[in-house]
Design a protein around this ligand. Structure first.
Ligand SMILES: [Zn+2]
Length: 1033
């Protein structure tokens, strides 16, 4: 492609307007302007000293006093005030290393704009067009006008941009022509209104709550079908729809003119790099309401100053619209992704435990919110007003404290519950089941000893591993040993329980063959302390593989196994977790017997959804039993064929558990992968028998919940267990008008049992801004959180609606979000321009990637179990995990600096970034590939694999040989660090360019056309653009 062909005289020379869109509070140096309103000098807030049950002492380095009201009325704290934007908000433009357009003259951005022709891209709001623009909008506008181009080098589209539309656009084919070419009238009549017809209901497009999460009453506008029906106008149902999803390339088959430069469309890797450059290595203090945190991919440190760390809570937007009408108009989902037990680095604010004594934590009398930084003390400290419901409460005598001249309690900094966003309360007996103290949880290991597992060597592998693994059971900080008890069961068609009491010389086996009425044949000696019973347990673990070595039994039961675990925990009056190692579909005559119902003929039919619906009855009841006992189920599956994961995984995914899958398991090849998963799973931080409630300030409330959860009513999220990797996505809806002054407050309270049997309440508080200006909402959006919400809601919707409908709703909602931005927040420009909010500029690539994921793709080439597995796993993912899943990291290794510790910067996930002589690592949190170009230099191959050429590299290698040279060491250390960061282990797969195995790798190149259907990023962007134009017509 000739660059010169595209160079055009810049239409204007001044700095471009329209570069806003950076979120509220973005870029503020955390220690400087943030304190200004409190009158103190900039100071850092040293992490309070660690120590359980000790109030925070008042270190001298405390920040200047913060009055509780800083969450409320001070308009300056709204992240949108001008000070929040330091002069050049995006810093200097960084050239993408792949950018081929850099040269003198106009910024590359402008030239690219010129190239884009009919599909001009622009980011960021132009001057706010709203007639109700607040008095500050001129400031905002000035700010935008002086802003330099984004570091991406992408063009902001100002009012002039329409002049830049290139008549000879490479995309000016029929696809990108005006709406008239769309094949029929616009889907909705009513020209001239923002959204002709009644506005679609709310932000969420999916109406049918999935099982276990009934939609709340009081939102009748969300009736099923209303949205779908309305949106599925002719434009959607027509051929236009078929294009991008079923034959993306057709979209580009117009005039084969100059190919559009892929560097010119928004780049996720660039966005990640820019945020890292801008906010990486910094301290993020949480003292401001509505502050947008750094991206999940950025390396930052959090200092809790009154709002929960983004590690615990992340929002789709940090500025909620004031009214339900605005929310409906923009269709941006209002959601928070809560990871209550997220791992926090050692240098960040620890979780303090507060004890309010026998009467339990102080709570608002009316709404029951827990004492937190949003309670405002009045009347000389004798009363406090609840920030959530405004109720004025008496301060209990023991809790009384005087107020200082700022109206703040003098013990403010000594009490975590007044000064921090996250902390714990010690719970009293009122918070325990049957008012009895909780017991430490138990872990029960349940091993399928049928023929398949014996033959593969799995049983021996598990037994050997447990002998050492059980020394690493989780324990309370500072505790000498774990209080978790352990128990063992083996099974095939019948169950064997083991008495491993320490007093015994030999373990004793008890058999239960009546699986219809499951009971636990022994109470004493089944659940024991590992340290005390180590000898008996090791003896048992030695014997198990031999005991069943000659088995011919190939049939298994499954539901009775879980039932046995629940009964054992019930008898021991404790919560706990079942680790089940299972190989095949349970066909033995017993409750929960399953048959093979896999049917590829259902794919792309109305009935495809049935493949993902669990077989109810027995399993549904089992989930309920598990949750009420605090029994979480982790399922390790080793299938050689279809096992109906949709059903078998159902209990796990309603009890805070996980499903791990190792198809065609071979010990030599897959053993390490499985063992590292098992180790992580056994050792991870976790809470049991949990119930979570999300309270909100008046005007909005939590209406829907997604996660590995169970719900008996519309408000209480029950989790048999919740570990450090599990997240719950919560959607909010308005039920009244929100106030810009008071903002939107939320408090997540999680009651749970610790690993040592203490009952606690973990509290996370977060305050958001509210605005009557949609531009504020768009500025404060977070794409990574948005896509987490979209993924979870789509994966739930696919249980009830055809995939095609689910995908249409996704695209429609996205088009509405972006169209609304364009209409209300961007400066006027030609319809041919695609204008994206800065904070959402890579949303389309994520959305397209989601549409191409296994669960949604509808291809007979994918295994139903794999699709069901991915669907279930994603349901409990946090923002980090969905981000990586939907935009994998593709790391070039051939030019890496072996002397540096730094992992090479990832490149865009596209085939175009691969080079024949290159070597790349690709990871998405589930899979890890090492791709070798066919011209990969022999010396590189030699240094990594210790073989003379590419042809000699064995592709079934699952780990790299440990060679003593810098290349090998560096590569292995990169792989180790990636594996270390992820919740589950990833199997390393070696892929050679042009080999058959490359297909597996290529389906993760999410910017390219999908192997099983689905558009390329470029095509999808065109498609979304067309949809936007249709909405705006
Ligand atoms: Zn209240």
């Amino acid at each position: 492609m000739s660059q010169q062909g595209y160079v055009a005289t810049p239409p204007y020379s001044q700095a471009q307007p329209g570069m806003g869109g950076y979120p509220a509070g973005f870029g503020s140096a955390p220690s400087q302007p943030l304190y200004r309103q409190y009158g103190g000098p900039p100071q850092s807030f040293p992490a309070p000293p660690t120590g359980m049950m000790k109030p925070v002492s008042s270190p001298s380095g405390m920040p200047p006093p913060q009055v509780p009201s800083h969450y409320g009325s001070n308009g300056q704290q709204n992240g949108a005030h001008p000070q929040s934007y330091p002069a050049p908000p995006y810093g200097q433009p960084l050239q993408s290393p792949y950018h081929s357009m850099a040269h003198q003259g106009p910024p590359p951005a402008q030239q690219l704009t010129n190239q884009m022709g009919a599909m001009n891209l622009g980011y960021g709001p132009g001057p706010v067009q709203s007639p109700q623009a607040p008095p500050t909008s001129h400031l905002t506008q000035q700010q935008f006008q002086t802003a330099p181009p984004t570091a991406m080098g992408h063009p902001p589209m100002g009012p002039h941009s329409s002049q830049m539309a290139h008549p000879q656009s490479p995309l000016a084919g029929p696809t990108m022509a005006g709406p008239q070419s769309m094949g029929g009238p616009p889907p909705m009549g009513g020209m001239g209104r923002p959204f002709p017809g009644p506005p679609p209901p709310g932000a969420g497009g999916f109406q049918q709550p999935g099982p276990g999460a009934a939609g709340p009453p009081g939102h009748p506008q969300q009736l099923q079908g209303q949205f779908g029906g309305q949106m599925a106008g002719p434009g959607m149902a027509g051929p236009g729809m078929a294009g991008p999803f079923q034959g993306g390339a057709a979209q580009m088959a117009g005039p084969p003119q100059k190919k559009l430069d892929p560097d010119s469309i928004p780049s996720t890797t660039q966005v990640i790099e820019d945020d890292q450059a801008k906010r990486g290595g910094q301290v993020y203090t949480t003292n401001l309401r509505g502050q947008v945190p750094p991206l999940v991919t950025t390396d930052y440190t959090v200092q809790d100053q009154g709002n929960a760390s983004p590690r615990f809570m992340r929002c789709t937007t940090y500025s909620f619209p004031c009214t339900a009408d605005l929310a409906k108009q923009c269709q941006v989902p209002l959601a928070t992704i809560i990871k209550p037990f997220a791992t926090v680095p050692k240098n960040e604010t620890p979780m303090y435990v507060v004890n309010h004594g026998e009467t339990g934590p102080i709570r608002c009398n009316r709404c029951k919110a827990y004492m937190c930084p949003y309670m405002q003390f009045t009347d000389g400290g004798r009363r406090y007003q609840c920030g959530f419901c405004n109720c004025v409460n008496e301060v209990p005598a023991f809790y009384f404290q005087h107020l200082d001249h700022m109206g703040k309690r003098v013990d403010f900094y000594e009490r975590p519950e007044l000064s921090l966003g996250s902390y714990e309360f010690a719970a009293t007996l009122d918070y325990c089941k049957n008012n009895k103290p909780a017991s430490p949880p138990a872990y029960i290991f349940m091993i399928d000893v049928s023929y398949a597992n014996i033959k593969s060597g799995l049983v021996r592998l598990v037994c050997d591993e447990l002998k050492t693994l059980l020394d690493n059971l989780p324990r309370e900080d500072g505790a000498e040993s774990s209080m978790v008890k352990v128990g063992f069961v083996t099974y095939n068609k019948i169950l064997h329980f083991y008495n491993v009491k320490s007093a015994l010389a030999q373990p004793q086996m008890m058999v239960v063959s009546d699986t219809a009425e499951m009971f636990v044949p022994l109470l004493d000696g089944f659940l024991v302390n590992f340290q005390e019973s180590r000898a008996v347990i090791n003896n048992l673990l030695d014997q198990i593989p031999d005991m069943f070595a000659d088995t011919n039994e190939s049939e298994t039961v499954f539901a009775p196994v879980i039932q046995a675990g629940v009964e054992a925990l019930k008898a021991a009056e404790c919560s706990g977790k079942l680790f089940i190692f299972h190989s095949s579909i349970p066909t033995a005559e017993a409750p929960g017997k399953l048959k093979n119902r896999d049917d590829k003929k259902l794919i792309n039919t109305e009935k495809e959804k049935t493949l993902f619906q669990p077989q109810k009855a027995v399993y549904e009841q089992l989930s309920k039993d598990c949750v009420s006992q605090g029994c979480s189920v982790d399922l390790f599956l080793f299938p050689s064929q279809y096992v109906d994961i949709a059903t078998m995984g159902d209990v796990a995914t309603h009890t805070g558990g996980s499903v791990f899958k190792y198809s065609n398991f071979q010990v030599e090849r897959d053993g390490q992968h499985f063992l590292s998963d098992l180790r992580k799973d056994v050792e991870k931080a976790i809470g049991f028998d949990a119930i979570m409630r999300v309270r909100t300030s008046t005007g909005f409330r939590a209406t829907d919940f997604f996660g590995a959860i169970h719900m008996n009513n519309t408000t209480d999220v029950e989790m048999a267990a919740v570990d450090c990797d599990k997240a719950v996505t919560v959607e909010f809806k308005h039920d009244d008008t929100l106030s810009e002054e008071t903002g939107a407050l939320m408090q997540c309270a999680l009651l749970y049992t610790t690993i040592s049997g203490q009952r606690r309440l973990r509290i996370h508080n977060l305050s958001l801004n509210c605005s009557a200006q949609l531009s504020e909402l768009y500025k404060s959006c977070e794409t990574d959180a948005l896509i987490n919400f979209f993924a979870k809601s789509a994966y739930r919707a696919m249980l009830n609606q055809p995939l095609k409908t689910v995908k249409e709703i996704l695209v429609n909602q996205a088009a509405h979000m972006l169209a609304c931005y364009r209409k209300n927040c961007a400066s006027p420009s030609a319809a041919s321009q695609l204008i994206l909010p800065d904070a959402m500029k890579v949303f389309p690539v994520y959305l397209n990637s989601l549409l191409k994921t296994g669960p949604l793709v509808g291809s007979a080439e994918l295994s139903t179990d794999d699709r069901a597995h991915q669907r279930l796993s994603t349901t409990a993912m946090g923002v980090e995990d969905t981000q990586l899943l939907l935009y994998p990291r593709l790391i070039p290794l051939h030019n890496m600096d072996v002397a540096s510790d730094v992992v090479p910067t990832p490149v865009r996930c596209s085939e175009e970034r691969l080079t024949d002589a290159g070597m790349f690592l690709l990871e998405n949190g589930c899979s890890l590939f090492l791709w070798l170009g066919q011209a990969c230099p022999p010396e590189v191959i030699q240094s990594i694999f210790n073989v003379p050429s590419l042809a000699h590299v064995p592709i079934d290698l699952r780990s790299l040989p440990e060679l003593d040279n810098p290349q090998s060491q560096k590569l292995r250390s990169i792989i180790d660090s990636l594996l270390d960061q992820r919740p589950s282990s990833m199997k390393l797969m070696i892929v050679k360019q042009k080999d058959r195995s490359e297909i597996m790798f290529r389906q993760h190149l999410v910017e390219d056309k999908g192997l099983h259907g689905g558009a390329s990023y470029m095509d999808f962007l065109c498609y979304v653009h067309r949809e936007i134009r249709q909405v705006l017509t």
